[in-house]
Design a protein around this ligand. Structure first.
Ligand code: ADP
Length: 720
């Protein structure tokens, strides 16, 4: 009689043993309900073992009618937990984000027309029949809402025999994509790349690619070819397309729909519970063929995953910074290996890690060096702010101002990029010099004029802008310092009083609809100058946009973490790439106080590979990633004395590791966050050291007071 070892989606050290009641069929991977402590919980049969139980075991309660999680996915969870120094239960938790998907879809009553016209028609009834004709069918609420009447009118039509009820699943399957639809005629360079991808998919097995193409060179069209081959080759094959969260817009959905005749199944943080459980269920049952999602989509239980695409693979949003800290691009490569699938990492500015993997032959590199048709990359110019200083209180240099005026006069559009939301990133009191901070957090408050609030961008805490300084009580003494997008927009409105100026940031575009509104107005030429944060950098295509102005190119270089130059280069070349997409040449003006910085020089010269070579040499010289390994240990406590104490304890407990160097503890740059005092250790090691094992050993050796919190970050991207 085998025993089922059940893993629960909780931070527990290991699976627990359970009996399988007579007549119940379970296998490794089955999703079950079982008693744990006082509650019955959802868990996963991790494995079946034959060892006779040493003590009395509880029994499994029930099994969900869901296909068991495949072996490859369980191995992936195991790998992810080990590599990122987390419990397998915590990783399983990420795979079980939509418990509703484990059960069959709920049902609802929908109504459709019978064709019978009652002779007691009213205006309200006519409206309902018209709405039914348009929608085909719908719930009483949907039909009533569409007709603008109360749902009793729908009921009346049912009684009169004009509508009939039908029971239907609430969550419908996704329509199947069509692999045989034709894309555009590819350029020779695109064809060559597509051919390699199609061949790899046809051959099957693990095949990693770097699709390295300038913005607008057709990377999407090329990976669509790989998707089409995957769909055609195997009628059950599934495809996962990972995108930065910010890029998961309606426009992306429509592009897939146009190419494959059906939109993909979506997965991202703003889905409703119903959309979430629908996607999860359809993926688990193998019916969803194409999924587009943010990083967490990597933990969906695909039954036959054959192709993964990581678009904008360099994007920092693929790194999860809380809970289980992982890098979705790196984990995606591992998942592809386990699934024996093809994987395409696509970018115009690939991460140095990825480039090094391509150079060493671990990834096959496919290059796209030109935009199809007339589209050209914009001309890049550095504006040296030391010589071209904006007037006091302004942020646009005379050169950029003239560019905006000329572009507007020519009937073309401009985009100004500043990666700072709100009006001013810092608020100080003119009377006492106080810099306003968020309570319990070492972070300045940002002034937002639209909402007239002061907001902490780190924690989301906010308050209405006070009339008096909270410190000294002086009236009307608070002053915003430095520029945010709202302030730059104000400056443009003075410069171009007749122009339509809009702001595009996560404050003005909350949710898909608002984003679509701004993007459509810009694409349709209704906006003359768009002032945006990094939300504008991703994938939008504005044919009449010819000038891109970068207001403060240096902002990302501050803080000096190891990827500051690389990230600045990536972001700015992506922003500049928005200009000149159609047949009009574009121009980018990049305002900087550091025109000699290698990232700025490379941008101006369009010399990405030269820049990467310098970065690469520096990192190799200093044994920084990807030439050496790095991890962080972040600790915190509410009491400053205890924070100091746990730092000392942890420092003493650090095991000896060959080649491993432990730096710290040092106060974290954000030294107080939500009332907790934070410390960091930085750990480096040569490439061949298993730093995950080292960190796990360290954690095991740590005996800390329960109020202390500890987090391990393997391959850290944030050093705050
Ligand atoms: P990327 O993903 O590299 O930024 P896209 O695939 O989005 O590039 O292509 C940029 C634009 O050019 C899109 O509108 C796309 O439809 C168009 N395009 C790309 N390749 C072709 C082609 N061979 N023929 C026609 N249009 C193309």
């Amino acid at each position: 009689m085998p025993v089922a070892r059940i893993l629960f989606p909780l931070p527990l050290p290991e699976p627990f043993d359970y009996l399988i009641p007579d007549g119940m069929t379970v296998e490794a991977g089955s999703y079950v309900r079982a008693p744990l402590g006082q509650y019955e919980r959802t868990g996963l049969v991790w494995e079946l073992v034959d060892t006779p139980p040493e003590r009395e075991l509880k029994a499994i309660e029930s099994v969900y009618p869901t296909p068991p999680m495949p072996e490859t996915m369980r191995r992936f969870i195991e790998f992810c937990a080990r590599y990122n120094v987390a419990g397998p239960g915590q990783v399983l938790g990420m795979a079980l984000r939509a418990r509703g998907g484990l059960s069959p879809s709920p049902t609802q009553t929908v109504y459709q027309a019978t064709g019978h016209r009652t002779n007691r028609m009213t205006a309200a009834r006519e409206k309902v029949l018209a709405a039914t004709a348009e929608l085909g069918s719908g719930s009483a609420t949907d039909l009533a809402r569409a007709a603008g009447v109360s749902s009793s009118v729908v009921k009346g039509l049912v009684e009169a025999g004009s509508l009939k009820a039908d029971i239907r699943a609430t969550d419908l399957p996704y329509p199947a994509p069509d692999p045989h639809r034709q894309g555009p005629d590819l350029t020779p360079e695109q064809s060559a790349a597509a051919k390699s991808l199609r061949a790899a998919v046809k051959a099957g097995g693990y095949a990693p690619f770097l699709l390295d193409g300038i913005t607008g060179s057709g990377k999407t069209e090329v990976y669509f070819e790989a998707i089409s081959e995957t769909l055609a080759k195997d009628p059950t094959a599934q495809i996962l397309v990972l995108l930065p969260e910010i890029a998961l817009t309606q426009a992306v959905f429509e592009r897939f729909e146009a190419r494959f005749g059906a939109g993909p199944a979506p997965w991202h943080s703003s889905l409703s519970d119903q959309q979430r459980r629908r996607t999860w269920r359809e993926v688990a049952h193998g019916r969803a063929r194409i999924v587009t999602g943010a990083r967490s989509a990597l933990f969906l239980p695909f039954s036959n995953l054959k192709l993964i695409i990581v678009d904008e693979e360099h994007d920092s949003s693929f790194k999860q910074e809380d809970g289980v800290r992982y890098h979705a691009r790196d984990m995606a490569v591992m998942r592809a290996k386990l699934e024996e699938a093809a994987i395409i990492l696509a970018s115009a500015t690939p991460a140095l890690e990825t480039v090094v993997n391509a150079e060493s032959g671990r990834y096959q590199r496919l290059k796209l060096s030109a935009r199809p048709g007339a589209a050209r990359l914009p001309d890049m110019h550095l504006v040296d702010l030391r010589a071209n200083t904006p007037e006091t209180g302004n942020w646009l240099s005379p050169v950029l101002s003239r560019g905006l005026v000329a572009t507007h006069a020519a009937g073309e559009q401009s985009l100004l990029f500043l990666n700072r939301r709100g009006y001013a990133p810092l608020v100080i009191c003119k009377a006492c010099g106080e810099r306003l901070k968020s309570p319990g957090t070492e972070s300045w408050l940002t002034e937002h004029r639209y909402s007239n609030r002061l907001i902490c961008h780190l924690t989301g805490w906010s308050m209405p802008k006070p009339d008096h300084c909270p410190k000294c009580g002086a009236k009307d003494s608070l002053m915003g310092v430095g520029p945010g997008v709202e302030r730059v927009a104000e400056e443009v409105r003075v410069l171009l009083p007749k122009a339509t100026v809009e702001i595009f940031s996560s404050d003005t575009a909350l949710g898909g609809e608002a984003t679509r509104g701004i993007v459509e107005r810009m694409a349709g030429g209704e906006v003359d100058v768009l002032v945006g944060t990094q939300i504008v950098a991703k994938g939008h295509n504005f044919p009449n946009l010819t000038l891109v102005g970068v207001v403060d190119a240096d902002s990302g270089l501050q803080g000096g973490d190891l990827r500051a130059g690389e990230r600045t280069y990536q972001l700015l070349s992506q922003v500049a790439g928005r200009a000149g997409r159609a047949d009009r040449p574009g121009k980018a003006l990049i305002q900087t106080y550091q025109p000699n910085n290698p990232a700025m020089q490379a941008l101006a010269a369009g010399d990405r590979d030269g820049f990467l070579k310098i970065e690469r040499d520096v990192r190799e010289e200093l044994s920084l990633p990807p030439f050496g390994r790095m991890a962080a240990l972040v600790m915190s406590a509410t009491d400053p004395a205890m924070a100091k104490e746990i730092g000392l304890i942890a420092g003493k407990a650090a095991p000896h590791g060959e080649g491993v160097t432990v730096y710290g503890p040092a106060p974290a740059p954000i030294s107080i966050l939500r009332g907790r005092h934070r410390l960091r250790f930085l750990i480096t090691a040569p490439r061949d050291v298993d730093l995950s094992a080292y960190m796990a050993a360290w954690l095991r050796a740590l005996k800390l007071p329960s109020a202390a919190r500890v987090a391990v970050d393997i391959d850290p991207y944030s050093f705050l």
